[in-house]
Ligand binder design. Structure first.
Ligand SMILES: NC(=O)c1ccc[n+]([C@@H]2O[C@H](COP(=O)([O-])OP(=O)(O)OC[C@H]3O[C@@H](n4cnc5c(N)ncnc54)[C@H](O)[C@@H]3O)[C@@H](O)[C@H]2O)c1
Length: 246
């Protein structure tokens, strides 16, 4: 029970990786706010956590909207009175080559991954500062190093790396660790829709010659939000089977 008496907020936790994190962190004792714009998916995660013996509540805040994030934070404080952990996980893609990428594709991806992480960190950090304790983990992607047809996603995820390094500096004096997990090719329903040739090419580029699974990401996040990593901050952990770029 490494996270006994801790309270975590995980964004996008109705999704595949976020759900895995909610299950893993709650197994270690954390109370988890499962935030997801898709409230039905959030509620399903809560059901699975509770079935597994854990504690969780849900909220449907759109993380790009500060007013909604504040309501979500207020709900956590009302329920548990503190916030120890924030995992900025919500993210999505709108792929297109440069000439075909619309303003809407660009704004959607940047707003969700980058602005959403900023909005949540800004809303939650004061409660961590007050208690001189906090762990923030931002979920980037190995794509932050560059990938075809993803200039919006690559920029957002590189931004998340920058945000980690900036907030890590600003918040270190308050004993708040800020780190980043950059997943490589992870076996989720979304990556199952990849063209089989593309998937095979990526597996061949992965030194461990296999896809990662949801638990690999959840375990990395668990390490970074536990006190076993208390001297680690401003780091980017590649959970990618050794792959260094797509
Ligand atoms: N799956 C992978 O292989 C992989 C690889 C690298 C990085 N990532 C990153 O990991 C994170 C999770 O990915 P996933 O595969 O679980 O995605 P997912 O689509 O399964 O889950 C993302 C969740 O975010 C929610 N969401 C979308 N917009 C939101 C908003 N404005 N406010 C609140 N919630 C919102 C969605 O409803 C969804 O449930 C993302 O940031 C993604 O970029 C995933």
């Amino acid at each position: 029970m490494r996270l006994q008496n801790k309270v975590a907020i995980i964004t996008g936790a109705g999704g595949d990786l976020g759900r895995g994190m909610a299950l893993r962190l709650s197994e270690e004792g954390a109370g988890v706010m499962v935030n997801d714009k898709n409230l039905q998916r959030a509620q399903e995660t809560v059901r699975l956590v509770v079935e597994n013996g854990g504690r969780a509540i849900s909220h449907g805040a759109d993380i790009t909207r500060a007013v909604e994030v504040k309501e979500m934070v207020d709900q956590v404080l009302k329920e548990w009175g503190q916030i120890d952990i924030l995992v900025n996980n919500a993210g999505d893609i709108r792929d297109a080559l440069l000439q075909n990428m619309t303003d809407e594709d660009w704004d959607f991806v940047i707003d969700l991954s980058l602005k959403g992480s900023f909005v949540c960190a800004r809303a939650i950090a004061p409660y961590m500062i007050e208690r001189r304790y906090g762990k923030i983990v931002n979920i980037s992607s190995l794509a932050y190093k560059g990938n075809f047809g993803q200039s919006n996603y690559v920029s957002a995820k590189a931004g998340v790396v920058g945000l980690t390094q900036a907030l890590g500096l600003e918040l270190a004096r308050y004993n708040i660790n800020v780190n980043c997990v950059a997943p490589g090719l992870i076996d989720t329903p979304k990556t199952a829709t990849l063209d089989s040739k593309v998937r095979e090419r990526l597996i061949q580029k992965t030194p461990l010659r296999r896809m990662g699974d949801i638990k690999d990401i959840a375990n990395a996040v668990l390490f970074l939000v536990s006190d076993e990593s208390k001297y680690i901050t401003r780091q980017i952990i590649h959970v990618s089977g050794g792959m260094e770029g797509f």
